[in-house]
Every structure is written in C-alpha cells, then in structure tokens.
Design a protein around this ligand. Structure first.
Ligand SMILES: N[C@@H](CCC(=O)N[C@@H](CS)C(=O)NCC(=O)O)C(=O)O
Length: 222
C-alpha cells in the first residue's frame, strides 16, 4: 500500500507544486489520483470531506490524516520525510528568512501570477475570453515583483538564501504557466532572475517531472 494518496488534477499548478517537492525529495511511494476539474469532481461529496473548499491538492494517509493547501502539504512532506529543502529548525534566523521568502512568494508573486494564469489559461478551457484589464493590472504587479527580486538575487542564489529550498519550488509551476501564456520575458529580461530560474530548471528532478508532463500532454493530444 502506498504511503499516502495525493488528490490533484492535471495541469493544476497547486498540484504540481506538491509533485515537484516529492520529485526533489526522491519520493515515489504515493498514489496520485487525478480529479477532473471541468467535470467538477473537486466538488463531489467525497472531495468536500477531504477539502472543505472543494479544491485540489489534498493528501490523505491510510490512518486518516488529511491535509490541504499546497504549501502546507509541501512543508509537511519535507519535514516528515526529511527532504533537504528546508533550513534546519535549529537555525532560527534561516527558518525566519525561509518564512519571509514564502510569504513574499505567496502574497506578492502568486496572487497576481495566478490571476494571469486564470485569465489567459484556465478561462480557455471554460470557453470564456480573458479580461484584458485584469491581465494588464496583474502583469504590472508581477513586473514590479521581479524588479525587486532582481535586486535581491544579486546577493543570493535562491529566494530564501544561498540554498535551494521549497520556496524556489513554490514559484516553479506558476512561472511555467507565465511562459506558456507568452510572458516568459518577465523572467528572461532580468539577468539575476533569469540566472536563478536556470539554476532551478537545471535540477535533474525538476527536468524529469517536466519531461514526463510534456510526454503526457503529447500522448493525450494524439
Ligand atoms: N491555495 C490553494 C489553492 C488550491 C486551488 O485553487 N486549486 C485549484 C487547482 S490549481 C482548484 O482546485 N480549483 C478548482 C476549484 O476551485 O473549484 C493551494 O495552494 O492548494
């Protein structure tokens, strides 16, 4: 029996955050159950018991322990299985800098980047047109975010310091979505940000997941 089940969905950036964490930790002993968001399977009675807001991802353990919210899941898994993706608890300053980087990612980056992903990507599957005003407002916020990141990354290799951590993983799915929507230039036009992104993308575990996803998309479109 696998250690736990991850309920997610294909193309879900929040699910991919968890998958990337597991890949970086070299952990494969889990079952991935994909829900179809278009069919609203996330709102089924069963999933509403797992996730009170009816979303993915969620993890459930055979003993009943259940957890939702992608970043909480990533952090829990990294702690439980000792993935080297968090500063040691004994280093109080490094742990605080990690929390600071995590908040910056969630509030200053993921919020506007998520709006772009919703308008330009998710709405396509709903047959709805993007709201261009929302996109340009969110894009301005993302640009401003990376202007600051560009300055910060002159002095450190990764978002929470000089070591690769979960925070860098947290960015990955939404930045990939920005590239897919034609906004890769927000990364590529900034030297330090672009070098950081290369460092993240060149990690073997991340490469492996991206290659597998590309293959899955190609197979599904045949
Ligand atoms: N803050 C949550 C966001 C979860 C979320 O919005 N998931 C999306 C998929 S990426 C979802 O389930 N959307 C379907 C819905 O809201 O009905 C997390 O980090 O896990």
């Amino acid at each position: 029996m696998p250690a736990f089940t991850l309920y997610g969905s294909r193309g879900s950036t929040n699910t991919d955050r968890v998958r990337l964490t597991l890949a970086e930790g070299g952990f494969t002993d889990y079952e991935l159950v994909l829900l179809n968001l278009q069919k609203r399977e996330q709102k089924s009675e069963e999933n509403m018991k797992r996730h009170p807001w009816g979303k993915v991802p969620v993890i459930t353990f055979p003993g009943g322990f259940t957890l939702y919210e992608s970043r909480a899941i990533c952090k829990y898994l990294a702690r439980k299985y000792s993935f080297p993706l968090l500063p040691p608890d004994s280093d109080v300053e490094a742990a605080a800098l990690f929390d600071q980087a995590q908040s910056a990612e969630m509030l200053y980056f993921a919020e506007p980047a998520g709006r772009i992903a919703f308008e330009k990507f998710a709405k396509k599957f709903m047959g709805l047109p993007p709201d261009d005003a929302v996109v340009s407002d969110a894009l301005r916020s993302v640009e401003m975010f990376f202007d600051v990141a560009e300055r910060l990354l002159q002095h450190k290799d990764y978002m929470a310091g000089n070591a690769f951590t979960l925070t860098d993983i947290y960015y990955t799915p939404l930045i990939q979505r920005l590239f897919a929507c034609g906004y890769g230039d927000v990364i590529l036009s900034r030297k330090a940000v672009s070098a950081w992104w290369d460092r993240c993308m060149n990690r073997p575990a991340i490469q492996k997941i991206l290659a597998a996803d590309k293959e899955a998309v190609a197979a599904a479109s045949k």
